[in-house]
Design a protein around this ligand. Sequence first.
Ligand SMILES: CC/C=C\C/C=C\C/C=C\C/C=C\CCCCC(=O)SCCNC(=O)CCNC(=O)[C@H](O)C(C)(C)COP(=O)(O)OP(=O)(O)OC[C@H]1O[C@@H](n2cnc3c(N)ncnc32)[C@H](O)[C@@H]1OP(=O)(O)O
Ligand SMILES: Cc1cc2nc3c(=O)[nH]c(=O)nc-3n(C[C@H](O)[C@H](O)[C@H](O)COP(=O)(O)OP(=O)(O)OC[C@H]3O[C@@H](n4cnc5c(N)ncnc54)[C@H](O)[C@@H]3O)c2cc1C
Length: 701
Amino acid sequence: MGLSGISLLTTTYSLILQHQSLLLCLRAKGFGLDLKKDMEGVDYLSDERKKAQFDVEAMKIAWAGSLEAFQLSDRMAKLVANDPAFEKFTRPMLGRKELIKNTLRKAAHGWKLIVDLRLTEEEAKWLRLYIDEPAYTDLHWGMFIPAIEGQGTEEQKKKWLPLAKKMQIIGCYAQTELGHGSNVQGLETTATFDPQTDEFIMHSPTLTSSKWWPGGLGKASTHAVVYARLIVGGEFHGVHGFIVQLRSLDDHSPLPGVTVGDIGMKFGNGAYNTMDNGVLRFDHVRIPRDQMLMRVSQVTREGKIMQSDVPRQLIYGTMVYVRQTIVADASKALSRAVCIATRYSAIRRQFGSRNGGPETQVIDYKTQQSRLFPLLASAYAFRFVGEWLKWLYTDVKERLAANDFSTLPEAHACTAGLKSLTTSFTADGIEECRKLCGGHGYLVSSGLPELFAVYIPACTYEGDNVVLLLQVARFLVKTVSELGYKKPVGTTAYMGRVASLMQNNCAVQTAEGWLNPGAVVEAFESRAARMAVRCGQQLAKYENPEEGFAELSADLVEASIAHCQLIVVSKFIEKLQQDIPGKGVKQTLEVLCYVYALFLLHKHQGDFLATGYLTPKQASLANDQLRTLYSKVRPNAITLVDSFNYTDHYLGSILGRYDGNVYPKLYEAAWKDPLNDSDVVDGFYEYVQPILKQKLRTAKL
Ligand SMILES: CC/C=C\C/C=C\C/C=C\C/C=C\CCCCC(=O)SCCNC(=O)CCNC(=O)[C@H](O)C(C)(C)COP(=O)(O)OP(=O)(O)OC[C@H]1O[C@@H](n2cnc3c(N)ncnc32)[C@H](O)[C@@H]1OP(=O)(O)O
Ligand SMILES: Cc1cc2nc3c(=O)[nH]c(=O)nc-3n(C[C@H](O)[C@H](O)[C@H](O)COP(=O)(O)OP(=O)(O)OC[C@H]3O[C@@H](n4cnc5c(N)ncnc54)[C@H](O)[C@@H]3O)c2cc1C
């Protein structure tokens, strides 16, 4: 028997098993049979797994970054998955109060594990990630502590960090107000120095100065780093961070002068509603002078302002740190959605049955592949660019510690731009995955609606994505304007070759010609350079540069996107120049890298053609190559998503189950819905039966 015959047999066998298992479930409802008799333990995706052309265990390590990182993450994932305290499937059905209480319980249980098992900070971070429930602890560990670490003096760190790290205080990051989020310099909360008492008076002078949004503020935090206008001697000295106690450490009640609460329900069921985003007002609340974070500026006992030799922008440092972590999280969210959609696409069959044989797996439709595989490739691309960004951030941090501030502008531009690019793409990608799963993707049990609802605010928090791209644009315009006398470095080094990038056109002549890293990078560099230079030329026509910038801002955003896409493509290619062990691992990643680059090239071919770098023929050859690449991804699709090493608990999706046992489990889950507790719905006798029994007088009806 040929290979195709074997595959037909095994597929048919799989189908029969699925069918039997479904029958058992159907009977279970009607005849009280034991549901456990469904085909539990059968791997419906085993045929798919046999198709892999690479070593999946080695790919898991490549995805995790190292063997140690893989083992750590795997350990934490299993710890959470095997602990019933972290059950999350009922979350979308809970009311707000139950939801928050449940989250507080999980956070407490998580903390107990961290203490009892003496987990390291890295292990604790992964544990929280796998608990997979937004909670006040995200902001405590993710922003409050980093703000003190980045902006506090040595003395302040010594006092506050041990308290925070032992969770003897709980903190949040209170920057945004009702009236201003993006415009940080427009914040209205005041911190006025009182030289008589050596204190700052924290005050909310207007309604719009109310702090609004900070996570963890609403119900959990005892403290906050509050960003406020520093006023000394009646003069405004910029926005600074202040550590302010909000609630009693005994009974948690708000301290005198503090009004604090939750801002209310947000998008989706469950989802981000586990977080107590809060509102906060101060009525002349006094704090000691040494609670202003004073690494950047100091206020002396006499009321003098002293500037350190660190740049003022360091006050924004926590945002640089968090944006970097958000890029890493984008790859996690996208890979989760892609894992669900890929596994389900291999299970789902529609049309194409011949002679009574099985129907076509929807993953074999070219349209499905052209929507799904670029998302799969992007998840890997974001993983590797996130890894690089972490390195960049660590490097900047070390430089800052040694008073070298030269790379801060680039770190700001990269974190802002990549945060924007990856979160926007991921949010759209999760929704695309929902559609790739057809109707069942709309079920909460698919895991996709909640993932989408939790994820989409990432396009807004930590900097609105358009506002952040405009920051990248400022950096690019500055780089272009300085080209005559300053050699660009780092991610803008390609601008140093601007003359040739503006002149040389693409040399690719065949579809295979696109399988060349040099050709791909040059295409992205030329497009980015040409778009930035074109913006620079347009801007030069304006007498007032700010007016020009505002007028051209939509084009500037596009130039920033081109620059950020170049970074992601280049970092993927650089990753492939490293030693990546494991049979077929590097080759498979190479295919994904070309899929990522050529997909972008196809999607944005308007840019490549309009800048004159490509001819329509070359763009079309890139698309031909892309189709060929999809065929190369196809046999590896399931094992590429297995390589994320996600537990079924973390995925939280019936459609994405590792064993592919989708239909019986969907069926079983439906019967667990509280609506199905009784056959006759609550409210039937009050609201439905009277309608059924009515005697209508209107003849026409
Ligand atoms: C479900 C969640 C799951 C997982 C998450 C897990 C882990 C992550 C942890 C927590 C995340 C969880 C929840 C989300 C929490 C979200 C928290 C927040 O949203 S906090 C609030 C964030 N707010 C913002 O981001 C505000 C955006 N605005 C700004 O950043 C800026 O103020 C602005 C837009 C840059 C202002 O522009 P403006 O022109 O007015 O700026 P300035 O005059 O003040 O300064 C210009 C000058 O400074 C440079 N610069 C600006 N920003 C920075 C920076 N961050 N670093 C370094 N340099 C900066 C800028 O380039 C200019 O430089 P110049 O040209 O003058 O040289
Ligand atoms: C879930 C969630 C959690 C959050 N957590 C925190 C937290 O813990 N702490 C905290 O301090 N904050 C938090 N925030 C607030 C968040 O940081 C801000 O909402 C965010 O920075 C966007 O600011 P904004 O709301 O003022 O938007 P706006 O700036 O008002 O944006 C509205 C629109 O105006 C556009 N726009 C604004 N400025 C410009 C411009 N210059 N040019 C062109 N277009 C512009 C934007 O693109 C957008 O389309 C959170 C927000 C959310 C949704």
